[in-house]
Design a protein around this ligand. Structure first.
Ligand code: ZN
Length: 239
């Protein structure tokens, strides 16, 4: 017989904009929310540094959410660097591929992340796994697709003999709608906190503060974030 988990959530929180909005989404819905992050020697390791600042900001600025926000789990997956293209093919420079992904990209990375999150969720009694995957902007990532994650949810639930639910609240919305979702959930204070503390830039650049936050401003991730922010602001001004 299957054991039902209480309605608690575990959010895959990288320190980026999307997972930060997902964390707010979970805090608005579940009485207890924990977070998990993965250290896989990513180039933008800065994400791991800013995630602490975002969690601190949530606790300080959103008392209702602070009560619900529980433990933060960091999992060392540095072994993933050993199976990246740059590690496996010696002469390859780190560069952006045509699909906008850095060639350090590890195939199926999100399958690995959710499987570890499932294991932690199992141990902690957290039924709901929440991630910021999105088909709208990043069709290049096959492991971000809805069907992939539906299939993984079934596999994890079968493999652990527990009902685990994978939630991807950003799956069908664009970056402008993600900013709007942040404002709907936590008002201007949450939008400000996301601008100030979360990180998206592929190059790990945090020297310059743009209206949408820090970043080089020209890599595909920065361009996407900036364009989304502009569209969000324009739509709000029209209202
Ligand atoms: Zn950038």
């Amino acid at each position: 017989m299957k054991t039902q988990f209480a309605e608690k959530a575990l959010v895959l929180f990288s320190g980026g904009q999307d997972s930060a909005v997902c964390l707010a989404w979970a805090l608005a819905r579940f009485p207890e929310v924990e977070t998990i992050g993965f250290d896989y020697r990513q180039r933008h390791g800065i994400e791991l540094e800013v995630r602490r600042a975002f969690l601190d900001g949530l606790r300080a600025g959103f008392p209702e959410w602070a009560e619900r926000l529980g433990e933060d789990h960091m999992v060392d997956l540095s072994v993933l660097a050993d199976v990246s293209e740059t590690a496996l093919t010696r002469d390859v420079e780190i560069e952006m591929a045509e699909d906008g992904l850095p060639n350090t990209f590890v195939p199926g990375r999100n399958l690995i992340f959710f499987t570890f999150a499932g294991a932690v969720g199992y141990r902690r009694g957290l039924k709901h796994l929440v991630g910021g995957m999105c088909e709208t902007d990043f069709s290049g990532y096959p492991d971000c697709r809805d069907t992939t994650l539906k299939s993984l949810q079934a596999s994890l639930s079968l493999g652990m003999a527990r009902d685990l639910a994978i939630h991807t609240p950003l799956m069908w919305i664009d970056k402008a709608a993600t900013w709007a979702m942040a404002e709907d959930l936590g008002g201007a204070a949450l939008v400000d906190l996301i601008c100030e503390t979360t990180h998206t830039c592929y190059l790990g650049e945090r020297g310059q503060r743009h209206p949408w936050g820090y970043g080089c401003g020209t890599c595909p991730a920065c361009e996407l974030r900036a364009a989304g922010y502009r569209k969000y602001r324009e739509a709000r001004i029209e209202l």
